[in-house]
Design a binder for this molecule. Structure first.
Ligand code: SF4
Length: 353
């Protein structure tokens, strides 16, 4: 029997690993406190989760996604079976990961409008949603290798990460995978300037890529034109939260699809960046004003009402700053060849003679 080492990547020192474990534990505790608040003190939980954490998340995805990929409390939970040696460590095929990505993208487009119907008003429902995702993630963690099944597969946030995280500021060390097992190819964490179409091995990868790149900007625009539904007495009210986001999604998806056919191969990456910038800019265009009391629907998504002290023109300033920033960051700035996290050393491959 002989062993052959694959190419080695960066290996964390024990000290660095300990620091990352401490940070992961701290963020996990913050997540646990948030979840407890959602379940037992819903007003505080909703404020912390929907009006503080979620509005910050897209900015982190654009600038330093590697930090989030290392400390996401759901990932920390889901990877426990792997860290404790309880995972069967199976590998998914490219087709299976592609299917998971399609389901994740559909799940995103189904769950997010439900905020207007249920989650924005119910800490319990939001808490159950998070617990359900953790249960699914941990279950997958018992069977599949590292981040393949959840973090890079079924997590509904992952399609957004791949769209927004295409030109991060710098790569972080990989604080999760001890050795790289090549469990996802290409690995979204370790691929420089990754995008939702970096993997186009199967029609499922292409479908999820097209849906998130083309559909997200219109979907976000539509989402902000739907008020929270306080009177959920029938199915029609429930479906009403979907109409405008789905129409928006369809319009921008068709625009993207046609532009993608028109532009030359060398400009396709730029087109993806344009749609990524449009999506995240649209989000902050509406979200920042609503946080401070200038929302289209005044009470929806309010963090602190500053509408009596902040002059109206500050809304325009916020919008100009955020939109300029994201278009500069994602479209004008040169791709810097940085992955979200640095791939750890490949595991040793055992070869039978
Ligand atoms: S770094 Fe390697 S082991 Fe970790 S998720 Fe990526 S491919 Fe899998």
């Amino acid at each position: 029997m002989s062993s052959t080492a694959f190419k080695s990547g960066a290996q964390l020192s024990n000290q660095t690993k300990t620091i990352w474990r401490m940070v992961q534990f701290l963020v996990w505790l913050i997540g646990a406190v948030m979840l407890t608040c959602l379940l037992f003190f819903p007003a505080i939980g909703i404020l912390l989760f929907w009006n503080i954490l979620i509005p910050i998340a897209p900015f982190i995805f654009v600038v330093a996604l590697g930090i989030w990929r290392n400390v996401c409390p759901l990932a920390t939970t889901n990877l426990l079976p792997r860290h404790l040696g309880l995972s069967k460590r199976k590998k998914l095929t490219a087709k299976q990961i592609g299917i998971l990505n399609v389901i994740a993208t559909f799940a995103l487009f189904i769950i997010v409008p439900l905020r207007h119907a249920v989650f924005n008003r119910s800490g319990l429902a939001t808490g159950i949603l998070i617990i359900s995702m953790a249960v699914i993630g941990v279950t997958l963690g018992f069977f599949y290798e590292w981040k393949s099944a959840w973090c890079s597969g079924l997590c509904p946030v992952h399609p957004v990460e791949k769209l927004y995280g295409g030109n991060v500021f710098m790569s972080m060390p990989n604080a999760n995978c001890e050795n790289c097992m090549n469990c996802v190819i290409p690995c979204p964490d370790s691929t420089p300037n990754v995008n939702p179409l970096s993997s186009h091995k199967t029609e499922y990868n292409v479908l999820s890529g097209l849906m998130i790149i083309g559909g997200l900007p219109g979907f976000i625009w539509g989402w902000f034109h739907v008020p929270d539904e306080n009177n959920l007495t029938n199915l029609e009210n429930l479906f009403s939260v979907y109409y405008i986001p789905i129409v928006g999604l369809a319009i921008t998806a068709i625009i993207y699809y046609n532009l993608d056919r028109l532009v030359k191969v060398q400009h396709k990456r730029k087109l993806i960046s344009l749609f990524a910038a449009a999506g995240v800019s649209c989000y902050y265009w509406y979200r920042l004003p609503s946080l401070v009391g200038y929302g289209k629907f005044p009470d929806d998504g309010l963090l602190i009402d500053l509408s009596h002290s902040l002059p109206v023109w500050t809304v325009a300033v916020m919008r100009i700053i955020t939109t300029s920033f994201f278009f500069y960051w994602l479209v004008i700035r040169k791709p810097n060849n940085q992955p979200w996290v640095i791939r750890p050393a490949f595991a040793k491959k055992t070869v039978l003679n």
